[in-house]
Design a protein around this ligand. Structure first.
Ligand code: GLC
Length: 553
């Protein structure tokens, strides 16, 4: 590869869910000092950047994704001095901090919204999306918000409705107003000046609104999901080019956009040389098991060949020009072992297969806290045990649509965001070592066996496999610089590909089935075994059930 890679192309990013990582003040909620305390743990995982979920001032209607001040730390997570210390301590270890910019909406408690909603004529009257009611007094359109219910809420003081793609506590900003864009860019600049290493742009594909008209109802409530209407509408890239020029040009920060609604085919214009971001999270592979992401009853079966096709598309569409963000789980989705291997008994081996893809596909790995331990979904019997507002709303929607309680709970167990939000299990002691107090969300009950301290001691653990792969990835340039070529495309058990530079080839083979699998050993002729989940038991031309192996030549 002619061009030199940038620092963020050669590193591993770890997403930290602030509330659940590590609590140092006993309030049962994670904090910034808790992250600082665990920097060495992250360093050992090869992590060079930490994406913190929102820690700015927030009423927490959506656990921080409802920001009331972009330039202040919420007391629950600590102080600005704690943040400065985290940035500095991380920097000393070669780790950069990445902030989550929630720029599609603010909290309804943000001073901008308080002012905007106070009357029709104030300085910020058009900072949000205000519309008159329909002649019959109902909402301006029949759009259903992503978390359920109408996407419009009535405001008495203005006698108008405001739009919220998510909760009513998360009013959408009006990006068409240049003053709004300026204010947001200034907030981003505040963090650039603090010395952060990059930004994740939350829900960024929703910022440009289309014409306001009804869409055909898609469920018994007469509403129509907002996502297909407002995500990634024409002209959105103009706003984002402006953001890039104002805040990022000339810096070495990276950006990753949460790009729900962007297809693999569209990746080049988002992340190509002239794209708006360095990377985006593109969701096709994680939506493989849902027909309609707004409806958890639309689960669909899938096969390895479907996943291969999706990954091939995103790898190929970022091959010539662009870069891919590799992820298999985050704070909005189930744990990846349950997600991608729901019927596999040996879940640790399943976790190691995903680890292998994470560290060897072409792109930057975005690891989510606890994924490196092979953590699992939680299965709580009662919906009242769930904290996440979207889980509760999805559940209510399913019941409303006539599904039984059992069916609705089955969907919750499968798709709830809380599964990935349980506190990090650090050791087998009280509250898994996460807190001295009462954790805000219960710890996964398997913590006495599945925790960081236990896995550190066990060379066969998922954690040690991740560490080994991260070390391999940073040692051999082929994993970062090499091109991607899929092999054994028609094989029903094996997912395999070659990473290639002019000097080296790495051949990655993973067996997704619980049966032994075979392939033509000529594929690895002249290559030496680099690592295998079977260790020296690895046989050329054969893969043990759920084996992952890498050869190098
Ligand atoms: C993004 C976040 C999610 C949040 C939503 C609204 O999808 O990842 O957690 O609820 O945006 O901000």
């Amino acid at each position: 590869m002619a061009e030199r890679l940038k620092w963020w192309q050669k590193t591993v990013v770890c997403e930290i869910y602030m509330r659940s990582f590590n609590d140092t003040d006993g309030d049962g909620i994670g904090d910034l000092n808790g992250v600082t305390q665990k920097l060495d743990y992250l360093k050992k995982l090869g992590v060079g950047a930490i994406w913190l979920t929102p820690c700015c001032k927030s009423p927490q209607a959506d656990n921080g994704y409802d920001v009331a001040d972009y330039c202040a730390i919420d007391e629950m997570f600590g102080s600005m001095a704690d943040m400065d210390r985290l940035i500095e301590e991380a920097r000393r270890r070669g780790i950069r901090i990445v902030m989550d910019l929630v720029f599609n909406h603010t909290s309804d408690q943000h001073p901008w919204f308080l002012e905007s909603s106070s009357s029709r004529d104030n300085d910020k009257s058009d900072w949000y999306i205000w519309r008159d009611a329909k002649p019959d007094g109902s909402a301006p359109t029949n759009w259903r918000g992503i978390f359920g219910g109408s996407a419009w809420t009535w405001c008495e003081a203005r006698g108008q409705y405001y739009l919220h793609t998510f909760l009513k506590e998360q009013p959408d900003l009006n990006w068409a107003n240049p003053k709004v864009r300026r204010a947001l860019f200034d907030a981003a600049q505040f963090w650039v000046d603090k010395g952060v290493g990059g930004f994740r742009l939350d829900a960024i594909t929703y910022i440009r609104k289309p014409a306001f008209s009804d869409a055909a109802p898609d469920a018994g409530d007469g509403l129509s999901a907002i996502h297909p209407v407002t995500a990634n509408t024409p002209g959105i890239l103009d706003y984002l080019h402006e953001f890039k020029a104002a805040v990022l040009d000339g810096t070495d920060l990276f950006t990753v956009g949460e790009a729900n609604g962007v297809s693999a085919a569209e990746l080049p214009e988002w992340v190509g040389r002239d794209g708006v971001f360095d990377m985006v999270f593109e969701f096709s592979h994680v939506l493989i098991d849902l027909e309609n992401e707004a409806d958890w009853s639309s689960a669909r079966p899938w096969q390895l060949k479907d996943l291969k096709r999706i990954l091939r598309d995103s790898q190929e569409n970022t091959a010539a020009d662009g870069w891919y963000a590799i992820f298999f789980e985050n704070h909005d989705m189930p744990r990846c072992v349950d997600h991608f291997f729901p019927d596999t008994a040996d879940q640790d081996s399943a976790a190691r297969i995903i680890a292998t893809l994470m560290m060897t596909l072409r792109g930057t790995p975005f690891l989510y806290q606890g994924q490196e331990l092979g953590l699992h979904n939680v299965v709580w019997d009662d919906i009242s045990a769930y904290n996440d507002v979207s889980t509760r709303n999805h559940y209510a929607f399913l019941i409303e649509e006539g599904h039984s309680e059992e069916e609705a709970m089955h969907a919750v167990h499968r798709f709830s965001r809380d599964s990935a939000r349980t506190p990090m299990p650090w050791h087998a002691g009280e509250s898994a070592g996460f807190t001295d107090g009462t954790p805000w969300l219960p710890v996964n009950p398997d913590y006495p066996v599945r925790n960081a301290a236990a896995e550190e001691q066990d060379p066969d653990s998922v954690l040690c496999w991740y560490r080994a792969l991260a070390a391999i990835r940073s040692k051999h340039a082929v994993f970062t610089e090499g091109g991607f070529e899929e092999i054994l495309q028609e094989h029903s058990q094996i997912y395999a590909y070659i990473r290639r530079t002019k000097d080296a080839e790495a051949i990655i083979l993973t067996n997704w089935s619980e049966e032994e699998a075979s392939y033509d050993p000529a594929l690895i002729e002249g290559a030496a075994l680099l690592i295998s989940t079977e260790g020296i038991k690895n046989q050329r031309g054969r893969l043990a059930p759920l084996e992952a192996v890498i050869y190098l030549r």
